[in-house]
Design a protein around this ligand. Structure first.
Ligand SMILES: [Zn+2]
Length: 149
């Protein structure tokens, strides 16, 4: 099977059981992207979207995934980027590179979790902004009701 150079994307709630070749299924609700390996081997690649796994970039027309996808656990061991719906093939990694990459990933995850546990760092940044002013009509209604008594 020839290696794929392009993909299309589909925003879905649930990733379907049968994936089509060359389609990137993006579930924002479940923060997951799934597709069939671009080498054509038929293996399903699931890339979770988390601060320490993959990030999805959607520019309104195309999607990109960062970082690259290394299918070391498949027989094909293919390695590629998906950028703007294009597949950019990367060289195969040696065993040593794979090992180094895995260790780096583990260190990053540990750092992230440590930062998240400490108050005032990641947790503070992640807090959603609060609305500063309540809807004025609500307060006017309330004030009128109080004055009436
Ligand atoms: Zn493959």
């Amino acid at each position: 099977m020839p290696a794929r150079m392009k993909v299309t994307h589909q925003f879905v709630e649930f990733v379907p059981e049968q994936l089509q070749d060359g389609v990137l299924y993006v579930s924002v609700v479940y923060a997951t992207v799934a597709h069939k390996c671009c080498c054509g081997c038929g293996y399903e690649v699931v890339t979770p979207l988390t601060p320490t796994d993959w990030k999805l970039l959607f520019d309104g027309e195309t999607v990109s995934l960062e970082p690259s996808i290394g299918n070391w656990s498949f027989p094909c061991e293919s390695h590629y980027w998906i950028r703007r719906n294009k597949v950019q093939w990367a060289g195969k990694w040696t065993r040593q590179q794979i090992q180094v990459g895995r260790e780096r990933d583990a260190v990053q995850k540990r750092r992230y979790l440590q930062a998240a546990e400490q108050p005032g760092t990641a947790a503070k940044v992640a807090a959603p902004p609060k609305p500063s002013v309540p809807p004025s009509s609500f307060w006017r209604t309330l004030a009128r009701r109080f004055r009436g008594r």
